[in-house]
Design a protein around this ligand. Structure first.
Ligand SMILES: O=c1nc[nH]c2c1ncn2[C@H]1C[C@H](O)[C@@H](COP(=O)(O)OP(=O)(O)OP(=O)(O)O)O1
Ligand SMILES: [Mg+2]
Length: 202
């Protein structure tokens, strides 16, 4: 079984591979090295749909995408859908993390949540999407080397530091896991996603 994911983010692909241990996960760049989609929508769902539909159309196959980010209460939900470009276009995770810590200097309310929207595009069908969230807080400084993106700055409500736990542990609790569970519960759609040949012969 194979699943194509319309993402160029290696951290997301690693998360998906861990969560889907019994399915082969293929990043879109393995099939279409130049795949890029401009994220022009102002919601996670909107951008997730853009990415999934564009990849599905290009391949003629069912595809999932992931649009995700970090919403900080004290910043009115920022960086939100702009999480990847918070410190500017082409910003690194380190640049974004530095900017976030600076924005929260002396801020007491550090509550935040990760949001993940997975869209499933199937040729000839309406695209569906599934949301998962993980609540927690932003640390005063980074902790651990694990994960990707904003993980080293995040502690869950249950006290797990995402930069200090394994990919397997993150895969049990993450916003990405929660969105995927919803997709799995949409059994007929999930069935179609799994029962195709993920472009291996293309
Ligand atoms: O579990 C996570 N742990 C830490 N950080 C995370 C996570 N999930 C998303 N994030 C951050 C990374 C990036 O700054 C932004 C996603 O932006 P987003 O546009 O969805 O992804 P992206 O541009 O890296 O790859 P792509 O669009 O090809 O899927 O949120
Ligand atoms: Mg992106």
């Amino acid at each position: 079984m194979k699943i194509v994911i319309a993402t160029g983010n290696k951290g997301k692909i690693r998360d998906f591979k861990t969560i889907f241990s019994d399915v082969e996960v293929i990043g879109i760049k393995e099939l279409l090295p130049d795949f890029e989609v401009e994220e022009t929508e102002d919601t996670f769902e909107g951008n997730a749909v853009l990415k999934a539909e564009s990849a599905s159309k290009a391949l003629g196959l069912p595809v999932i995408s992931d649009d995700s980010g970090l919403c900080v209460d004290a910043l009115d939900g920022a960086p939100g859908v702009y999480s990847a470009r918070y410190a500017g276009l082409g910003a690194s995770d380190e640049d974004n993390n530095r900017k976030l810590l600076a924005a929260l200097t002396d801020v007491e309310n550090r509550s935040a949540r990760f949001v993940c929207v997975i869209a499933l595009a199937i040729p000839g069908r309406d695209t569906r999407s599934y949301v998962g969230q993980l609540h927690g807080e932003i640390l005063e400084s980074s902790a651990g080397e694990g994960g990707f993106g904003y993980d080293p700055l995040f502690k869950t409500l249950q006290g797990e530091h995402l930069g200090m736990i394994s990919t397997e542990q993150k895969g049990e609790i993450s916003h990405r896991r929660k969105a995927l569970e919803k997709l799995k519960h949409d059994a007929s759609a999930f069935e179609i996603l799994l029962n195709h040949d993920g472009g291996a012969d293309k």
